[in-house]
Design a protein around this ligand. Sequence first.
Ligand code: G3P
Ligand code: CA
Length: 231
Amino acid sequence: MQIIAHRGASGEYPENTLLAIEQAIVQGADAIEIDVFAVQGELLVIHDHHLERTTNGTGSIYQYSLAGLMQLDAGQGQRIPTLWQVLELTHGKCWLNIELKGNNTVAPLLALLDKAEQQLGFDCQQLLISSFNHHLLAVIKLKRPDLKLGALTASLPVDYAAFASQLQAYSVNCDVSFINQAMVDDAKARGLKVYVYTVDQPDDIRRLQEYGVDGIFCNYPARSRALTIKK
Ligand code: G3P
Ligand code: CA
């Protein structure tokens, strides 16, 4: 079962920062999950579109200039990273799950991936692009059918994982509160990977490993790794 560091090693370091991502890599995470908004065409790594919870800014990211956003403190002296910085940092080290939070993310994402392939030799098979906004995923599938897509759900869908199959997704990314064995079995029968968020409790980690899920999003990657049963 793979350990996906949720917003980096965000239990111990400021979430969605280069420090949290570096530390997750040091802790041996298989993958890093980050959240991305587009601001004036630049992809920024931040979870909320309001700044108060994770930075010393106030109000919406959309009220700021790009230069103003880049000067904010995101904790422990960290700045809000760009997606480009995260691609450079994780390149060749672990796979990366980019969760699209805004509606205007697809065009800048695809342009940035083209640039990363050309300038960094970045392997886009190391990416999983996910979103709760399945329309965005459908658009990406049309434009870049090679990219792996993660269909996020915050509930137990009535059709189990059929919705993710229809999107031709690579994975279904489920809330730990709703996942059950039947959904895992249904997803696997459809050839989908199953990733579950956000999992830090030992009993949940053991239960999900019994279900046979493929990976868990954890705030404490080293601790979660230690709790997974080696098979
Ligand atoms: O991608 C899994 C998880 O991160 C989705 O929820 O709110 O933490 O972005 P959230
Ligand atoms: Ca997320």
